[in-house]
Ligand binder design. Sequence first.
Ligand code: FAD
Ligand code: DLZ
Ligand code: SF4
Length: 509
Amino acid sequence: TRRLVLILGDQLSRQISALKGGEKARDVILMAEVAEEAGYADHHKQKLALVFAAMRHFAQELQDAGWTVIYRELTEDVADLQTAARDAIAAKKPEMLVVTEPGEYRLWDRMQGWEEALGLPVMIREDDRFLCSHQDFADWADGRKTMLMEHFYREMRKRTGLLMDGDEPEGGTWNYDAENRKPARDDLFLPDPPEGADDQITQDVLAMVEDRFPENFGKLHPFSWQVTRKGAEAARDRFMQEALPEFGRYQDAMLTDRPYMYHAVLSAYLNRGLLEPLDLCERAEAEYRAGRAPLNAVEGFIRQIIGWREYVRGLYWREMPDYAQVNDLGADRPLPDFYWTGETEMHCLSQAIGQTIETAYAHHIQRLMITGTYALLIGADPQAVHRWYLGVYADAYEWVELPNTIGMSQHADGGLLATKPYAASASYIDRMSDYCGDCAYDPKAKTGEGACPWNALYWDFIARHQDRFARNHRMRMVVASWKKKSARDQKALRKAAADHMAALTPYEG
Ligand code: FAD
Ligand code: DLZ
Ligand code: SF4
């Protein structure tokens, strides 16, 4: 049977399930840059350039390997993937369309209508790049009262055998997070920032993005992303050597103008098929076994990948489509305009947003505890927060972004993913970063001239939701502290928060 094999922009692997059983002499591969995919979010300019440059390099690689590839460039103005498929079917007359399931529900839902619309059998194959299949996740989750990540993670450790000592976890403990919360000093020796690709294909794509997406989020240059498997592997190797040993200790730390710290900066490659999760974990484990990286670093890294990454994907597919609409705290404020400009006196936010504009990257704690927590405290509409995160990061795909945003960071899912909201006041930021030292505000002052707005916002958030949080055993103490405050202090805090929120300029993009 002659097949048309559709490969999506985040499936750039020769091992992708859609290609299994394919024959070069018989089948045709389709890859397409289309308006709908480019337009479903306010994608960061660097994200668009990375998607298209990596797609074009991969198409080239397939052609060099002897495949027939139809490649549609964005300038051909193809509306959507279905149209691209229809055109290819008309030209090549295949008997069947094969595709690996898309990562995002939106596209999966569309594909359910393709057989009828395209008039041929459409085979949607499972995406076996993940270590936990939909069925595996269902087997784990069904009948459980709570779906805690930590429990899932232990199962995944046992199943993969990563960092296991027989049936026991290496070192005797499953999770070394307690060792991974060191604040950083600004005299730390940090690895150099990544260098990007600079070949002709990439240059062409950069020019196209500049031309066609001038109003999109973020800056296009400098473009510091790799666009091939080879480049991604070099970035991977560099991480293992230079950053992994300190990854754990400083995992939660933040420093002014040091966007990458000791983080991997590999999610954008993993999520596109340029790297494989198990390979990354095995290499990290080998660094530990060889005595080059400590257990807390390697365990922490492996947990992010076989734990969090697989867990949020399982949850996403289990809970969609309803999950996209949850808003358990009834939050409805628009995001302030400084999420698009970085222009705010709050140094923590100007740093996290500023580097997002510059690099299409922020590490986990910046996403969770700076831009995420601030949005949570002001009661921002989870949909608006979701749209922002889906656009602004080079690694953003809904299957991973949505649970992290709606669940972990905005607590909009009623505590399904995280048992307590990630709320924090200035003292947390002051402890974990050097941001407060260079700030116009005083992190220690609660109210009054020059007081850090986070303090009043924090208490106002607790006050707004006190009845709900009083029922949460992890939040009860905080509610009790709020209740112990004098009426005068409570009033002053709530007024400071209200004044701050009233002064925000809503984004009207
Ligand atoms: P490292 O910190 O070095 O971690 C190593 C790897 O572990 C990452 O490459 C990533 O693949 C994986 N990982 C780490 N944390 C998570 C997590 N919470 N969920 C899933 N995988 C994880 N990650 C995305 O890949 N895409 C997103 O769109 C995305 N959106 C997020 C939105 C919010 C609000 C938050 C709080 C987190 C989000 N994350 C997202 C998770 C995490 O922040 C990024 O994976 C991480 O910052 C990527 O940088 P890194 O490669 O340097 O990661
Ligand atoms: C992110 C993205 C963008 C911007 N453009 C394309 C595209 O033009 N063609 C394509 O096949 N894929 C693109 N992608 C990645 C897709 O959004 C991704 O494949 C789906 O959302 C499913 O995860
Ligand atoms: Fe952020 Fe407040 Fe610290 Fe300034 S003082 S950096 S606003 S936490």
